[in-house]
Write a protein that binds this ligand. Structure first.
Ligand SMILES: CC(C)(COP(=O)(O)OP(=O)(O)OC[C@H]1O[C@@H](n2cnc3c(N)ncnc32)[C@H](O)[C@@H]1OP(=O)(O)O)[C@@H](O)C(=O)NCCC(=O)NCCS
Length: 167
């Protein structure tokens, strides 16, 4: 897989597992991106847990320009966060991170789910393009402004999730 934009640089661009040394750059991207960035201890705890797939988009060996964090809960992968550094957006990096996540999670053929702010048109468009479908609303999900979350699923929606989506 070769994200768009690689031709603009002579460095290699690749998706690889997150390393401990990436944490500061991941936090900087999160802080530039999110109204509620993750504190370091939560990020470290997530990266150290079993049953996660945490991927970085790296330019060269050390420059992290995007990441995706996913955790497996029972029979579904939950996409916890994805972000691309603002100056590297619309180059295919977000899509490449998600496709790599699907590939690495692939053997078990499980579904994926996530929540996204209803106002986040860019992310919703990305997820729809990757086969996610809308599956209900969680009212007032985001603590900073009380915004609703759109729940999305990609394959493998279990029966109890249909009930959750109606709440
Ligand atoms: C959402 C995000 C990760 C997308 O990353 P990206 O690298 O810019 O996305 P890509 O270049 O891979 O785009 C893939 C597709 O997503 C959609 N998309 C991405 N950005 C979009 C935008 N601003 N407006 C509309 N569609 C958009 C398009 O369908 C695009 O395909 P196209 O370029 O062929 O039209 C990025 O905008 C981001 O970091 N946003 C802030 C963090 C965030 O909101 N994360 C989601 C939390 S739930």
């Amino acid at each position: 897989m070769s994200p768009r934009g690689t031709r603009e640089t002579s460095q290699s661009v690749k998706v690889r597992p997150v390393r401990a040394r990436d944490v500061t750059q991941i936090m900087a991207i999160d802080e530039a991106t999110s109204a509620t960035p993750w504190p370091r201890h939560l990020l470290m705890a997530e990266l150290g847990r079993a049953g996660t797939i945490d991927l970085a988009m790296a330019e060269g060996e050390h420059e992290v320009v995007g990441y995706v964090l996913a955790s497996r809960y029972a029979d579904v992968w939950h996409v916890l966060n994805i972000a691309v550094r603002p100056d590297r957006r619309r180059r295919g990096y977000g899509r490449a991170l998600m496709v790599s996540l699907f590939e690495r999670a692939g053997a078990d053929n499980l579904g994926f789910t996530l929540e996204v702010r209803v106002s986040n048109a860019a992310a919703i468009q990305l997820y729809r393009a990757l086969g996610f479908v809308d599956h209900g609303i969680r009212r007032g999900y985001y603590s900073d402004n009380g915004e609703d979350a759109l729940i999305m699923w990609r394959r493998g929606v279990p029966e109890d999730a249909h009930e959750a989506a109606d709440r």
